[in-house]
Ligand binder design. Structure first.
Ligand SMILES: NC(=O)c1ccc[n+]([C@@H]2O[C@H](COP(=O)([O-])OP(=O)(O)OC[C@H]3O[C@@H](n4cnc5c(N)ncnc54)[C@H](OP(=O)(O)O)[C@@H]3O)[C@@H](O)[C@H]2O)c1
Length: 320
């Protein structure tokens, strides 16, 4: 396979980061992966990926440690900035636990990219940086023009949304001011098989739907995208010279109740929610811009069955 060049992935050991590393290695890239604890069991899966023995180099780096990022990024043509805290619930100190690593962390990564003369940077944002906008016309599909309102995020204590909004808007501003080629990608709820041995926040949402047996659940809209399709979107944004600005990356919009019915038809015996509470439908995104770039996505059924199989194989879920 022809060598494609050297790229860096921040947060290489996380859920999405691991799939990005796997995809890049399979396409002939040499990958510098940043992890906070290279020797930790939670990163042990990385070295087992195909081509990892020769082509994956792990660097110990924290987003708040600029020098460690420079060392990881040195010699790379491209950077995939994936790392950012993704909590499962509320956190006691959002400024320190969420905002600072997301915002100062992204700034440090971009500064290191400028210093190391990186050609292109793909920043992973989120639809959380899109959706929290009370002024967006109701019933109008949200596209890349829609930004979460920072004040509204603060008032409603959506600090994860705030962290992603601040980080993404800062990245696009940095691109303008410093002439660095930066593209941002905003995925919705990411599901699909896990590679890493520890559980991440979005996978936990599906696992809980399968085994928690909630007495009552809000019949909210879930907008789902497969982790493998997100990795493909990031690579597409990197490889296509015409990619610019931000890209929403979302595939399937489904109400909680319909999602549960689908899961129940595939796996009848898990402990599903018993009742649903009706709520207003929210969230509807367009990924048209990304599709025009050539992005395709798999079916929801494929994502769900591959997710469940991977949880069963990891011993998180009983065989049904
Ligand atoms: N999962 C979703 O539904 C979803 C949806 C939209 C966007 N995203 C975005 O996708 C990216 C990856 O999320 P994920 O779902 O894969 O979550 P994850 O598995 O929790 O991965 C987060 C990664 O960020 C790293 N990280 C956090 N704080 C750091 C710090 N201070 N310094 C260095 N590394 C740090 C973590 O490293 P450690 O292992 O050392 O903690 C981990 O590798 C994030 O930017 C997230 O906002 C996720």
């Amino acid at each position: 396979m022809a060598e494609k060049g050297r790229v860096c992935v921040t947060g290489a050991g996380g859920y999405l980061g691991s799939w990005v590393v796997k995809l890049l290695l399979s396409r002939g890239y040499i990958v510098h992966g940043t992890v906070r604890e290279p020797g930790d069991e939670k990163n042990s899966h990385l070295k087992k990926l195909e081509h990892a023995a020769q082509d994956l180099h792990l660097f110990k780096a924290d987003l708040l440690d600029y020098q460690s990022l420079c060392a990881a990024i040195a010699g790379c043509k491209g950077v995939f900035h994936v790392a950012s805290p993704v909590p499962s619930g509320t956190v006691p100190n959002p400024e320190v636990e969420l905002i600072e690593p997301a915002v100062t962390g992204t700034h440090n990564v971009l500064k290191a990219c400028s210093a190391e003369k990186v050609h292109k940077v793909i920043v992973v944002s989120s639809v959380s940086a899109v959706s929290m906008n009370p002024n967006w016309p109701k019933n109008q599909v949200m596209d890349e023009m829609c930004w979460s309102d920072k004040e509204y995020c603060r008032e409603t204590k959506n600090f994860y949304c705030l962290s992603k909004t601040l980080a993404e808007s800062q990245a696009l501003e940095y691109a303008k001011n410093n002439g660095l080629n930066i593209v941002t990608v905003c995925p919705s709820l990411i599901l699909g098989p896990i590679l890493q041995p520890t559980m991440n926040a979005s996978s936990l949402i599906l696992i809980k739907l399968l085994k928690e047996g909630y007495e009552s659940l809000e019949n909210k809209v879930h907008v789902i995208v497969d982790v493998r399709d997100v990795a493909e979107a990031l690579l597409l944004a990197y490889e296509k010279p015409e990619a610019e600005g931000r890209y929403i990356c979302a595939s399937h919009t489904i109400r909680a109740k319909d999602l549960i019915e689908k899961l129940r038809s595939m796996y009848p015996n898990y402990n599903y929610p018993k009742n649903f509470k009706e709520v207003m439908a929210e969230e509807n995104y367009s990924s048209e811009k990304l599709q025009k770039l050539g992005w395709k996505y798999r079916s929801l059924e494929e994502s769900l069955s591959d997710s469940v199989r991977s949880y069963q194989e990891a011993g998180i879920l009983d065989k049904n």
